[in-house]
Design a protein around this ligand. Sequence first.
Ligand code: THU
Length: 137
Amino acid sequence: MRDSELIQRARKARELAYAPYSKFKVGAALLAKSGKVYTGANVENASLGLTVCAERLALLKAVTNGEKDFVKIAVVADKDEPITPCGACRQVLSEFISDLRIICVNLEGKIKRYNLKKLLPDAFEKFDKDRSTDASD
Ligand code: THU
């Protein structure tokens, strides 16, 4: 799938954000290796710390639909410079793919591309990458 299509899906997802406190809406679209796209938007809460970011929601939706392999994620927000995923989302994404391609876009269409490896070097990993048994067992 082309980046432009994934970005479009993230833009559309952003419209469903629930952000009455910050008024800052974020949309994300995550492409799984299966070819399916999972979208997310930020969902805030009166108890602010319980807010869920767009990227994490997209990932959790994907994982709970049986996906574990991912290709890239597009993140859209209204800011002069495209935003990058927060630290918590970086860690959660890295659980499944340490070299995820991240496409950050603002509403004017300015694009910045990153790799998760660059945004979260030396991420915490509990399991060895060469483990012989499935970590989910
Ligand atoms: N937010 C995201 O959804 N993704 C990010 O990568 C950064 C921040 C949300 C959380 C909160 O609802 C709002 O943006 C302002 O921080």
